[in-house]
Design a protein around this ligand. Structure first.
Ligand code: PEP
Ligand code: MN
Length: 361
């Protein structure tokens, strides 16, 4: 009987999926796959056969002609193979070649019509499918794709976090927004969650830190693009690594356990955690006090007939608090999010007291 690829995730942690962004030629696929397979830590081979490209006139993959190359790589390495599918025909061709794992790409997960087409094409098979997050930061679309597959009777499912498109400058090609995959893990605790540091990073330099972060967040696997000659790759050249660099990266990763067997360490951690709990209690108490003062200010403003929002005062607070936050080692990004949340809550409290006093009058 054929092995169930989802079982890989219970047998190996992290499961490592690697291979080229795109299958470009038989030689490139075989050379890359055979070399990455020499590392025991690599469990699955990948290659893009049909490539969704942002702009036209780029390399769009070799198509079904490339499937036998991957099949050969599977035969020569003994490792299962994974391929991206985006429509009925891709599914048909991949099943014909008995591809072990199919994945749905970020540009497909955004489109319920395409996901439904894939789900319909898979009905009655026992395919294993990993669903990448949609390009936009929307856990409902990601969830919907899993539901469509599940309703088509596909139960061997997993998720791949590949980051989210954002507007404006970022060190990442796709923002990780870690809270989203964490939410998916909460919704689907039994499904394996794989991180794709290659498409999050967009360049080799960030691969290690993103991979480590994923492992520290208890992800079940990593999908990392590798290429025998990354600088001459036909797609995603800046983010692909040579098989040797992949081996070094995997060896550098620290695998931490979610539960702590060591008693001394466990005591130390629980001490630190109670410290955190006490600090959290104090923070909440202070926030409550702050809101009470905000309510008093609301009453004064009401009496004097002035608006709740006074832009100058708010800018003054942002400036002062950001400088203070920096002294405490808090990032500007955090300070802005924190201040916005406090400001909104403060306005809500002021609004409440104003409306209340209005009713009482
Ligand atoms: C890929 O894995 O090569 C790919 C196209 O990824 P994504 O769908 O995440 O852009
Ligand atoms: Mn790619």
């Amino acid at each position: 009987m054929k092995t169930n690829p989802i079982q890989l995730f219970t047998q190996n942690k992290p499961v490592v999926i690697s291979g080229p962004c795109s299958a470009e030629s038989e030689e490139q696929v075989l050379a890359t796959c055979k070399q990455v397979a020499e590392y025991d830590k690599v469990n699955v081979l990948r290659a893009g056969i049909w490539k969704p490209r942002t702009r036209p006139n780029s390399f769009e993959g070799m198509g079904a002609e490339a499937l036998p190359w991957l099949v050969r790589a599977r035969k020569e390495t003994g490792l299962p193979i994974a391929v991206e599918v985006a429509n009925f025909n891709h599914v048909f061709e991949s099943l014909k070649h008995d591809v072990d794992i199919l994945w749905i790409g970020a540009r497909t997960t955004v489109n319920p019509f395409s996901v439904q087409e894939i789900a319909d094409a898979l009905k009655g098979t026992d395919a294993t499918v990993l669903v990448k997050n949609p390009i936009n930061a929307d856990v409902e679309l990601w969830t919907g794709a899993l539901e469509r597959l599940n309703q088509a009777g596909i139960s061997k499912l997993g998720m791949i976090h590949r980051g989210f498109a954002q507007h404006g400058k970022s060190i990442y090609r796709n923002e990780p927004k870690w809270q989203l995959p964490v939410e998916m893990k909460r919704r689907f605790p039994d499904l394996p969650l794989v991180c794709d540091p290659s498409h999050i990073s967009g360049n080799r330099d960030l691969l290690l830190s993103v991979s480590q972060q994923a492992l520290d967040m208890d992800f079940d696997g990593l999908m990392i693009e590798s290429h025998i000659d990354p600088d001459n790759a036909l797609s995603d050249k800046a983010q692909q690594v040579t098989p040797d660099a992949l081996g070094d990266l995997l060896d550098s990763l620290v695998i931490r356990r979610p539960n702590i067997p060591d008693e001394e360490l466990s005591n130390k951690l629980s001490r630190l955690r109670s410290q955190i709990d006490l600090i959290d209690d104090d923070l909440l108490k202070l926030l409550g006090d702050r809101m009470k003062v905000a309510e008093e200010i609301g009453l004064v403003k009401k009496e004097k007939g002035v608006t709740i929002l006074q832009t100058n005062r708010w800018e003054e607070i942002i400036e002062k608090a950001s400088a203070n936050g920096a002294l405490q080692g808090l990032s500007k990004k955090f300070m802005i999010r924190y201040l916005n949340a406090i400001h909104q809550e403060s306005i809500d409290h002021q609004n409440d007291v104003m409306n209340k006093s209005e009713l009482e009058e």
